[in-house]
Design a protein around this ligand. Sequence first.
Ligand SMILES: N[C@@H](CCC(=O)N[C@@H](CS)C(=O)NCC(=O)O)C(=O)O
Length: 367
Amino acid sequence: MSHKYPYVFGSSILMIIQLPRAAITLTTATTTALPLVRRLSIARMTTQSYQRNGNFTRPDSAFRRFISKDPTSTFPAEKGRYALYVSPGCPWAHRTIIVRILKGLESLIDLYLVQPRMGPEGWYFSHEGDPLHGFKTLKELYHLADPNFSGRYTVPVLWDKKTDTIVNNESSEIIRMLYSEFDHLLPDHLREPNRPGGGLYPEKLREEIDAMNEWVYNTVNNGVYKTGFATTQEAYEKNVFPIFDSLDRLEGILGHGKPYLLGDHVTEADVRLYTTIVRFDVAYHPVFLCNLKSIRHDYPRLHLWLRRLYWDADEDGETRGAFFKSTEPYLNLYGGGYAEARHKIVFKDAGPLVIPAGPAVLIEPLP
Ligand SMILES: N[C@@H](CCC(=O)N[C@@H](CS)C(=O)NCC(=O)O)C(=O)O
């Protein structure tokens, strides 16, 4: 299905998200200048496995430092100092791409894309290499930050150009830094307290958002992975049913008739749920065997909520077109990306890779 899985990922993506020119010109010079010991350590592969007795087990993210608005902190918020390395197909990285746009941080924080297809060494850059160092793989970036690193080389990565290291590689923490820590560099209307509803993680909703995050993460965001990457029938069945219990619960919550999960304004809860729901019918249902029901046929309220977020391309509106812009160019790649990931994790790349053709319509129009 070449239309679903083209081999021109790099160029099509680069047309859509512009890389800063100055960054692109920094290429291999810095790679060859690396000390020998660092270059040798790059050859090592991760030893961390995702599997335990048939169950998919996600390791904790390793880099957990924070950017702060405090100018005396180790990682103070500054224009042009930080970069996000992402794969737009990855739902965790997708969170950070959305929030970067929602908050209007495009000119303050760079965005660098890896190639959508993973290879034997994990994530690869396009032929120009990593915009900052000329690296071929994300693995090399991790080893620059920590020559002894032996975990998974995951996206997203929040990178500090000044000290040449990883600040954080946990999406749930990266998005929270973006909500507030750069506010002093933004126009008034984009600052957290001035946003409609008091921001993406307003004081009055924190308890409710945290509580929802907990079960949505376990049974929906990560639930689909535990289901799709299960290697025993038992592990599969343990995880597939709770997904649909939670989708039923979310459908009930949306009975309030408001456009967003927690009411009239977009919050973190919408961002975190969206990146899973927009992949559901096109990838998790056909590829990850999450097929008891589909969003479009069985969850009318979730389906409407999803389409409202997706089709809102108004750059002056509340979402600033963040959901549409960060999804539309890549929606046709999700199915193939997940088929390949499952082939790798479950079948260790053995046997043929077959990518489901459907659904014929990737996302339906608003009614
Ligand atoms: N906890 C991390 C998870 C990130 C993650 O698992 N990313 C996947 C892509 S969706 C990845 O980069 N995997 C590469 C690998 O495991 O080798 C977060 O939320 O930031």
